[in-house]
Design a binder for this molecule. Structure first.
Ligand SMILES: Nc1ncnc2c1ncn2[C@@H]1O[C@H](COP(=O)(O)OP(=O)(O)OP(=O)(O)O)[C@@H](O)[C@H]1O
Ligand SMILES: [Mg+2]
Length: 315
């Protein structure tokens, strides 16, 4: 079965969601026939590699695979490779095109030494080759390379963008995804469309109907709204209902360390559920729970004692 990340990889600029500025810049370069060296920077899974490949297809047409080389982090990145394979590609004549193009995917991992070698190569072979670097952080590229490149900043995708992408896939694959499940998918993937696509494909293998709680279970991310609900119940004094909610969370074999972290985040960031003084007490208690669990105490009992503590706070 084909991987969805390949199946749904855009093959034209029109299919790329969001990234208006970067796509405009690429289109403008294409129109003027003036392709520069480039750094494509931005978070994972937002279309950097995709856009570079689309550009190569647009420039080279049928002969794009002959004129385009992609090196990813799994390829050897030692200086010897740069001086061998890369140099060989860069200096050889393009086929039915004015120049060739090479993409260093995940270029964050290129060593300083390798980057220094590339710096000289970019000057020497700029007539026959364009160099593209895809990175998560622009600062991982040495200054002299940055100054030789046009910088394209890829933005985190908005909720709207992610929903558009989910709709595209669900329509094509005949999936049923309700509003809650969409929210869940958006929240666990944090705008990374690669992660989202892989998660959706594995969920669809089991059922064409995607539900929010299966999204959370399969992604290993805890459902924040559920935890908050449990905490609120405890704070309102309803210990037994709070306990039930936490039981259903703990039932899923979750990472207790992560649960402590999420409780901490909720308590420190939600001013609506506890006043300042009580928040202080709660954090102190949570720190105790955290310590005891690390020391080997039973998480199940520890979380219950925390809920009991919260429900007694008001009195
Ligand atoms: N802007 C986008 N529009 C449409 N699909 C996208 C977009 N961004 C990512 N995708 C989807 O996610 C997959 C991965 O995208 P891509 O390889 O371009 O990510 P990337 O930005 O290069 O990430 P990384 O930093 O991890 O290399 C693509 O195959 C495509 O299906
Ligand atoms: Mg990439």
């Amino acid at each position: 079965m084909a991987l969805w990340i390949e199946k749904y990889r855009p093959t034209s600029f029109d299919e790329v969601i969001g990234q208006k500025d970067s796509i405009e810049k690429l289109k403008a370069m294409l129109k003027k026939g003036d392709i520069q060296h480039m750094i494509l920077s931005g978070p994972p899974g937002v279309g950097k590699t995709t856009s570079a490949v689309v550009l190569a297809r647009e420039i080279f047409g049928d002969v794009w695979t002959q004129n385009f080389m992609e090196l990813n982090a799994s390829d050897d990145r030692k200086l010897s490779v740069i001086q061998g394979k890369v140099k060989e590609f860069a200096r050889s004549k393009p086929l039915g095109a004015p120049f060739k193009m090479i993409l260093f995917d995940e270029a964050d991992s290129l060593t300083q030494e390798a980057q220094q070698a590339l710096r000289r190569m970019m000057e020497e072979y700029s007539a026959t080759c364009r160099f593209l670097f895809s990175v998560n952080y622009q600062t991982n590229i040495i200054e002299p390379l940055q100054s030789r490149c046009a910088i394209l900043r890829f933005q985190p995708l908005s909720k709207q963008d992610v929903f558009e992408f989910i709709d595209r896939l669900s329509k094509n694959e005949g999936l049923t995804i309700d509003g809650d499940a969409k929210e869940a998918l958006e929240s666990v993937s944090r705008g990374d469309l690669r992660a989202l696509t892989n998660l959706l494909q594995s969920l669809a293998n089991v059922s064409k109907v995607i539900l929010s709680h299966t999204v959370y279970i399969n992604s290993g991310v805890l459902d924040g709204s559920k935890i908050k609900e449990g905490l609120k119940l405890a704070i309102s004094g309803d210990y037994s209902k709070a306990r039930e909610v936490f039981l259903s969370i703990l039932d899923k074999g979750i990472n207790t360390k992560e649960l402590v972290g999420q409780i901490f985040d909720i308590i420190t960031s939600s001013e609506d559920i506890l006043d300042k003084k009580s928040r202080g007490y709660a954090i102190e208690k949570l720190a105790e729970v955290d310590y005891r669990i690390v020391e080997g105490a039973t998480p199940f009992i520890q979380f219950q004692s925390f809920l009991a503590f919260l429900s007694a706070l008001k009195r």
